[in-house]
Design a protein around this ligand. Structure first.
Ligand code: NAP
Length: 265
């Protein structure tokens, strides 16, 4: 018996849906027959991905250029998605970026940016879609968090703290929404080869006057599998969590980090 993810014609809104993990998720959801709403800042990147997916799978999609650090943007994106498709079944929150460095050298601005986009962007997007999901008695929300929420990384503390906050929100909200058939879960990727990772390695290398390969080597040395994940490997889990097959998991998270995290809880 094969696993039917039953995602055909589901409407999925993906933030950070133009690149990296969001784009890899968009591809897999498109292959499953979902309709897509792609949100990120660059209209050009969004339009290119939407065209590619239409050519490959005949995907119906709506591209929404939006800066999720703007407090009004989440409501506006959700309204445009509903205008285009009449409903939102799935929300994947993948917009996020956090810089790292030595804790005592990280200024307030970096902390603010990390929380503003990753935590508040996710909070605002969920707030914007949840009432509609409750009314239609169906919703799947997947927050792309990160394994540093469970095992903080000393040089990545703004992101680690943002991730821990999102895991707490995912857990509590999962309990609140499950009776409405709105299922909230998270995924904790470890280091994954996307643009964000490359930028992070560049910045850490500049800050420590070491080569990018040396800095990255510190991270791969902690991964028993010995290599970074590819975005598609993480997207497999995300798409599974978007499906009804994962509906018995509520407010939880899947850690997919090549064995980096050592905890058992
Ligand atoms: N890659 C990893 O190793 C890794 C590991 C653990 C967790 N994560 C988490 O996974 C999520 C996705 O990371 P990624 O590696 O896929 O990043 P990425 O390759 O840099 O992609 C980030 C996406 O977010 C969009 N974005 C950035 N700022 C935005 C804003 N202000 N408003 C709206 N959209 C915005 C980007 O498009 P625009 O620039 O056009 O806006 C892009 O589509 C992040 O939350 C990250 O912390 C990543």
């Amino acid at each position: 018996m094969s696993i039917d993810l039953a995602l055909k014609d589901r409407v999925a809104l993906i933030t950070g849906g133009s690149r990296g993990l969001g784009a890899a998720t968009a591809r897999l959801l498109a292959a499953e027959g979902a309709k897509l709403v792609l949100a990120a800042r660059s209209a050009g990147d969004l339009a290119k991905l939407a065209d590619d997916l239409h050519a490959a799978y005949g995907t119906q999609s709506e591209a929404i250029p939006v800066d999720l650090t703007d407090p009004q943007s989440a409501e506006a994106a959700a309204a445009k998605a509903r205008e285009a498709f009449g409903r939102i079944d799935i929300l994947v929150n993948s917009a996020g970026a956090s810089q790292g460095g030595l804790f005592w050298e990280i200024p307030d601005k970096v902390w603010d940016e990390s929380f503003d986009l990753k935590v508040m962007g996710t909070v605002r997007m969920m707030r914007a879609v949840i009432p509609g999901m409750i009314a239609q008695k169906y919703g799947r929300i997947v927050n792309i968090v990160g394994n540093t929420g469970l095992q903080p990384s000393p040089r990545l503390l703004p992101g680690s703290a943002a991730n821990a906050a999102l895991l707490a929100i995912t857990r509590g909200l999962g309990e609140e929404l499950a009776p409405h058939n709105v299922i909230v879960n998270a995924i904790n990727p470890g280091p994954t080869r996307t643009e964000r990772w490359t930028t992070l390695m560049n910045r850490l290398a500049q800050g420590s006057r070491r080569t990018i390969a040396e800095v990255e080597g510190d991270y791969t040395a902690q991964i028993p599998r010995g290599e970074l994940a590819q975005p598609e490997e993480i997207a497999n889990w995300i798409v599974f969590l978007c499906s009804d097959r994962a509906a018995n998991m509520v407010g939880g998270s899947i850690t997919a980090d090549g064995g980096w995290s050592k905890g058992i809880g």
